[in-house]
Every structure is written in structure tokens, then in C-alpha cells.
Design a protein. Structure first.
Length: 548
């Protein structure tokens, strides 16, 4: 027993170490989403209102994307303890990501009736998961569901014997709806399948009350989503565009001799949507996503070109999938169902593809089935090789894979993360703050994403003043925009956010300009400061200029 506790402790410590080491520095940069999470929490902490003056919001407007509220409120204690800084904003995710490792151990033991080997290996695979580590190290709300959904399932199985846990499970399932947009769709599907598998163990009365409370949470969740964030969902959904492609395909078919009647049958909105959905869906279950390409963008601290799982896990997943049909174990059926429904929200969305954050809800189910396949593989090998040899080779490969990932994460990824994760704003504000008394106006280029949020965060802008200034920004919604920074011009105190107008702006006195390299290609001014992205290439992140 003491040995098992030591092994579990080492796995948890490893998970915590990998998630909290240099947390404020990696991933490189600090996104507008992260800054917004931190500043909203800071504003609520100091005034009880968000930056728009809304008291304890259930769908914080942020800069127009209406974020799920749970991460914001989890950040408040951290900001209260550590202050408004990058570490404080990322800390809740790092802690919950580490606790998820411990939770997976207990969840597997509960699902399998005390299978220690599977529980330990599942926890280990999550602890060193490139996917989970990356999402745990930033203020990315997508990662919250990797803790709350397993917790809800664990409490559900505890509740089969003790009704109190069933109540807690229902509340946690409901809470998970407020973690991330994908969870709103996946959570009910996972829950309903879980209830189906365990219908014999639940009385009709318990089942009724459980579903009644959950549907209240579900209703509230969708109500606040469509009340505030529905416009954002419609903006990125596959239902919101692509109709020109349908018209072009129909026209091309007709031009080659197909009748207009059949061209409309084969090329219409329905066939387009089905085609897009299926392409998107299966891309997230492809070897490319899992093992070679990984995330399609570096925005969430991920590394494009690096699989979200280790290559060594490929045979394990295949073996586990084989046993799904061979044994038809309820637990394995449930885990694979969880995996198969996870890509649905991502498949309904447009974008560059391979959005690892949108399918984060797949964890830790994918790590558990991988561990299951690994143990089955070891059973086969043990017929010819000693356990010590198998264990040594497996451990060596696993930690070699981890080492390769860590080298890429800390020494290669900054090249990719910096330009897309808001790198440079801390340096910009550190310098500009020393010059504010010399200038009446500081003009900030609209090429930056949500600059007002970054300035408010790094200057620790007084929330009551920000709340007054933001009232004027609601014009963005009246103009049909989705985000504040789509306004042609707006300001926060002496900071003005707009496009530069040259040569007219050259005549501006007591005005400082903060922009990107491309903003100043046609002009020459007094360069006060140049900020570079990480690396030896000297790629410019921002330039600070005046014309005095």
C-alpha cells in the first residue's frame, strides 16, 4: 500500500512540475483572451462588476466574445493572492490540470473496480500528455472540462451507492456546461449514455430528479449563450458561410452538361454542410491530428506539427479499439463513446482545422483507452519477454518521447507562439508607462488584437474608470461587429486605438505611436523602442515611434 501511494505521489508531482514550471514565461506571450480573463476577474474582485459594469455576470462580455464564466471566477482568488499578473491568471488551470491527473487515477479505479495498473498508467499518460500539458499552462478555459467532466462521472459512480454523491455529480455535470463552449454539447451526450449504461442501478425517482436538475443547468447555459454569445457561435459555425462554393459547384456542373435539376440535388446547402461536417469530424480522429500534425495553430500554446498524443500510443489505441468489439465491456464502450462524440462541436465549426482546444473534452478518455491497450499489449509480450524488460523499454520510450516534446515546447515553440500569442505587450507597457507624462496622446495600431485589454491588464487600470470608458464601446454591437477592436476608432484615456494615417500623423505633436513593423513601412520617425520576438532572427513584434 505504501509503495502504491509513493508511485501515485510521484506521478502527481510529475504532472504538477510539468504544468507549473516557468508558468509565467511559457507559453511565450500572453493572449488577449488570457488578459481578458485576468482583468475581468480583477474588476469583479475590486468592484463586484466586470469591465462593462455588469454585476457578477454569468456570461462575461470580455471584448465581445462572451466567455464561459467558470474560469473567470476561478481566477478571482488567484488574482487576490498573487496580484494581477500572468502567473496568477494561468495558475488555476495549472492546478486543476494537475488535480485532473489524480482524479483520473480514482476514476479508473471506480470504473474498473480497483484495477491499479490501469489507474496508474492512465494517470501517467495524462500527466505527461503533450495535449494536456500545453492546455494546462495557459488561461485556456477549454482545459477546465478535462477536470470537471471526469469529476462528474466519478461522483456519479460514487452516487450509485450514496445519494449525496449523486447530487454532487449532477451539480458538477451542470457546472461543466459553463467551462467551455464544446462542453455544452458533449456533456449531455456523455451523461445520457452514462445513464443508459447504468439504468438498472438507478431508481426512477433518482433518475427523474437527476435529469430535472441537470436540464435546469442546461437551459440556463443555453439561455445565456444565445443571449450574449450566440452571435459569436454563428460567426464561426459551418452554417454561417460557404454558400458561394455551393453556387460555384452548381454552376460548374451545369456548364459541363448536368441538368440544373440534378445539379441542385447534388450541390445544395444540405450536401455542403454534411460534407463539411464529415470532413471536420474525421479529421479529429485521424492519425495526422493524433500523432503527426497535432494542433493547426499555435494560439493556445500548442505546437503545430507535433501530435497531441505520443506515437507510441498508436498501437495501444488500435488494440483498445479491437477489444471494444471483442469484449464489448460497458466501461470500454462508454470511453469510446466519449471519444467519438467529442469532435462534434469542433466539426460544426469553421477555421484552420485541427483545433486541439475545441476537442480537449476528449481527455482523459483517450488516455485511459490508450492505457487499456498498452496493458493488453504487455500481456501479449509477457508470453515471450520478462516483465522487467517490457517495463524498462516502455518507460525508456515514454520518457524519451516526453523529452522530445519538452525540447520542442521550451526551445522551439516560442518561435511559433510569440507572433500569435500577444508577445511583447508586457515590454510595450513597461516602456510606454515611463513616457506617458511626455505625451498627450498614445495612438495604438488596430493591427494589435484587443489592445485595450492588454493595456488595462498590464497597467492594472482602475476598474471603475474602465467601466465608465467602456460604455462608449458598445457602439461595436450596434454597428454589427463581433468584437470591440473592430471599431474604426475608440479610446481608453490617453490611449487611442485606430489605424495610422500618414502623412497626416507625422504632423502630430506630443503623440506617441505604438504599432507593428508594417505600420511604419512608408514613414520615418524617431524610433523610441523596438521589441523583438524570442529567437535569434530579430523578428519585430512592435515599434514605438514619435515624430517630434
Amino acid at each position: 500500500m505504501r509503495k502504491k501511494k509513493l508511485i501515485l505521489l510521484l506521478i502527481i508531482f510529475l504532472g504538477l512540475f510539468l504544468r507549473i514550471l516557468f508558468l509565467d514565461k511559457f507559453p511565450v506571450g500572453f493572449t488577449a483572451d488570457e488578459a481578458a480573463q485576468g482583468y475581468t476577474a480583477y474588476s469583479i474582485l475590486k468592484t463586484g462588476k466586470d469591465e462593462w459594469g455588469v454585476r457578477f455576470p454569468l456570461n462575461p462580455r470580455s471584448f465581445g466574445d462572451f466567455k464561459p464564466p467558470l474560469y473567470t471566477y476561478l481566477t478571482i482568488p488567484s488574482v487576490a493572492i498573487f496580484g494581477l499578473k500572468e502567473f496568477a491568471v494561468r495558475f488555476p488551470n495549472a492546478i486543476l490540470g494537475s488535480l485532473a491527473v489524480l482524479l483520473v487515477y480514482f476514476l479508473v479505479k471506480k470504473l474498473t473496480k480497483e484495477d491499479d495498473d490501469l489507474a496508474f498508467l492512465s494517470a501517467l499518460l495524462l500527466a505527461i500528455s503533450p495535449w494536456h500539458i500545453s492546455l494546462s499552462r495557459g488561461a485556456f478555459e477549454a482545459n477546465l472540462t478535462t477536470f470537471f467532466l471526469p469529476l462528474a462521472i466519478f461522483l456519479f459512480y460514487c452516487g450509485l451507492r450514496h445519494s449525496l454523491f449523486l447530487i454532487l455529480s449532477c451539480l458538477t455535470f451542470g457546472l461543466n456546461l459553463f467551462t467551455y463552449h464544446s462542453a455544452k454539447l458533449v456533456t449531455p451526450l456523455v451523461l445520457f449514455f452514462l445513464l443508459f449504461l447504468n439504468k438498472k442501478n438507478l431508481s426512477s425517482k433518482k433518475l427523474f430528479y437527476f435529469l430535472f436538475v441537470f436540464f435546469i443547468f442546461l437551459g440556463i447555459s443555453f439561455l445565456i449563450t444565445f443571449k450574449g454569445g450566440g452571435t459569436r457561435a454563428s460567426d464561426i459555425g459551418i452554417f454561417s458561410g460557404g454558400w458561394n462554393d455551393v453556387a460555384e459547384a452548381r454552376y460548374f456542373a451545369v456548364s459541363l452538361g448536368l441538368s440544373d435539376f440534378f445539379a441542385r440535388i447534388f450541390n445544395n446547402k444540405l450536401t455542403f454542410l454534411i460534407d463539411q461536417f464529415l470532413k471536420n469530424y474525421f479529421s479529429y480522429l485521424s492519425p495526422q491530428f493524433f500523432f503527426t500534425q497535432g494542433a493547426g495553430e499555435a494560439t493556445y500554446g500548442m505546437i503545430p506539427g507535433v501530435g497531441v498524443l505520443y506515437l507510441i500510443e498508436l498501437p495501444f489505441l488500435l488494440i483498445s479499439f479491437f477489444y471494444l468489439f471483442k469484449k464489448k465491456e460497458p466501461v470500454l464502450m462508454f470511453l469510446w463513446f466519449w471519444i467519438f462524440v467529442s469532435p462534434i462541436p469542433a466539426a460544426l465549426s469553421r477555421g484552420v482545422g485541427f483545433h486541439a482546444n475545441r476537442v480537449a473534452v476528449m481527455m482523459p478518455a483517450v488516455q485511459i483507452v490508450s492505457a487499456y491497450g498498452a496493458l493488453k499489449f504487455f500481456e501479449i509480450l509477457r508470453k515471450k519477454f520478462s516483465f522487467r524488460l517490457i517495463f524498462s523499454v516502455f518507460t525508456l520510450i515514454l520518457f524519451f518521447s516526453l523529452s522530445l516534446f519538452l525540447e520542442k515546447y521550451f526551445f522551439q515553440a516560442p518561435k511559433l507562439n510569440g507572433p500569435v500569442m500577444g508577445f511583447g505587450w508586457k515590454e510595450i507597457m513597461s516602456y510606454v508607462s515611463t513616457l506617458e507624462n511626455q505625451y498627450e496622446t498614445i495612438v495604438v495600431s488596430r493591427r494589435f488584437s484587443e489592445p485595450q485589454t492588454m493595456i488595462a491588464f498590464f497597467k492594472k487600470w482602475e476598474p471603475t474608470d474602465f467601466q465608465e470608458k467602456s460604455k462608449n464601446w458598445l457602439e461595436y454591437q450596434k454597428a454589427g461587429f463581433y468584437f470591440v477592436d473592430q471599431l474604426p476608432e475608440y479610446n481608453l484615456g490617453e490611449y487611442v486605438f485606430r489605424n495610422f494615417v500618414f502623412p497626416e500623423d507625422i504632423k502630430s505633436k506630443k503623440t506617441l505611436f505604438v504599432g507593428k513593423e508594417e505600420d511604419f513601412l512608408a514613414v520615418k520617425g524617431n524610433i523610441r523602442k523596438v521589441i523583438y520576438y524570442p529567437g535569434p532572427q530579430k523578428r519585430i513584434a512592435a515599434i514605438i515611434i514619435d515624430f517630434q
